[in-house]
Ligand binder design. Structure first.
Ligand code: IPM
Ligand code: MG
Length: 360
């Protein structure tokens, strides 16, 4: 089979780590007799520089013409936070999510045994293991609500961002979470702020209805502040966490950090058509171009792409075990090394990519 993959290399470390992911995909292709045809799609800060806007016309169409999209990273201090949306790299990210209807964002956070030393939690907490999946709603809530700025009579300018959720939006992300839990440890925690927000109260009502449809899945609900605390106190209690867009943004960075490094966290953004895969981390402008970025999140995103977009679970497992093997052998990039890592075990971006290819 020949598969078409859109590559959004993007900014910062994006092009470097995507390059390693491509090497891995080509190795998988050769071994299993598939071919991947890559189409570059420009988006983010690099597009601002090249064509004057972060989300060039036709970006979504180019992606839709492919079987899946692999994204590196977009953004960086060079482009700032202009008041003109076309001049902000993040606009591209939000637009592609909206245009491709990528409402379900899966962010797995697992503590690999080889990485236990990198876990910042207490040893006895880390030893219980971490294997959770954040299911973040990605096309609604405060990220996409009406934004306003207006003059007030006595308090200067006021700014507002609307946070809205419909039953339909809540139900479809909830279903994803329950279905996913059925393939894992059959536990769902729905996270909200129903003690304060009306959108959270509706969220809860819909989740209750769904929970009744999935009696085999253990369901509970939690306020987001408590969840943030529980994730660092006792992460082993969680399997699937389902939550709205902004809570998921925040909790997923926390969950990533307790597994050792943001540089290890892959993600999948799904709808029922073409889906997008890429690290949850950012463009790391401080280390861009130095050849030291960790390509593993990008490589693990390829595994998610194979699983969710191309139904190649076997090939995905093969990549995951290659990564596990490289880590077991003690190889590290700078971000996941610690004081006990010998200097000759610390690899750069391409040498880490090569190690994974060799392990494959
Ligand atoms: C993420 C990022 C984005 C988000 C930013 C870059 C707009 O933090 O994917 O988690 O907030 O969704
Ligand atoms: Mg984020």
């Amino acid at each position: 089979m020949n598969y078409k993959i859109a590559l959004i290399r993007g900014d910062g470390i994006g092009p470097e780590v995507v390059g390693e992911a491509v090497k891995v995909m080509e190795t998988v292709g050769t071994k299993f007799g598939h071919s991947f045809e890559f189409t570059d799609v420009m988006m983010g800060g690099c597009a601002i520089d090249a064509v004057g806007k972060s989300y060039p016309d036709g970006t979504a169409e180019k992606c839709r013409a492919c079987d899946a999209v692999l994204l590196g990273a977009v953004g960086g201090p060079k482009w700032g936070h202009s008041s003109d949306p076309d001049q902000r790299p993040e606009t591209a990210l939000l637009s592609i999510r909206k245009d491709l209807g990528l409402y379900a964002n899966l962010r797995p956070a697992a503590l690999r045994p080889a990485m236990a030393g990198a876990c910042p939690l207490k040893k006895e907490t880390a030893e219980k293991g971490i294997d959770l999946m954040i299911v973040r709603e990605l096309t609604g809530g405060v990220y996409f609500g009406k934004r306003e700025r207006y003059e007030t009579a006595d308090r200067g300018i006021e700014a507002a961002d609307r946070m809205a959720y419909s039953e339909m939006e809540i139900e479809r992300i909830g279903r994803r979470a329950f279905e996913l839990a059925r393939m894992r440890s059959k536990k769902v925690a729905s996270v909200d702020k129903a003690n304060v927000l009306e959108s959270s109260r509706l969220w809860r009502e819909v989740m209750h209805r769904l929970a009744a449809e999935y009696p085999d899945v253990e369901y509970r609900e939690m306020f987001v502040d408590n969840c943030a605390m529980q994730i660092c106190k006792d992460p082993a209690q969680f399997d699937v966490i389902v939550t709205e867009n902004m809570f998921g943004d925040i909790l997923s960075d926390e969950a990533a950090q307790i597994t050792g490094s943001l540089g290890m966290l892959a993600s999948a953004s799904l709808d029922d058509g073409v889906s997008l895969f890429g690290p949850s981390a950012g463009s790391a402008p401080d280390i861009a171009g130095l050849g030291v970025a960790n390509p593993l999140a990008q490589i693990l995103s390829v595994a998610m792409l194979l699983t969710y977009a191309l139904d190649m679970g076997e090939q995905a497992a093969w990549i995951e075990s290659a990564v596990a093997r490289v880590l077991d052998e003690g190889w590290r990039t700078r971000d996941i090394a610690d004081v006990n890592t010998p200097a000759d075990k610390i690899l750069g971006t391409t040498t880490m990519g090569d190690k994974v290819v060799a392990a494959l």
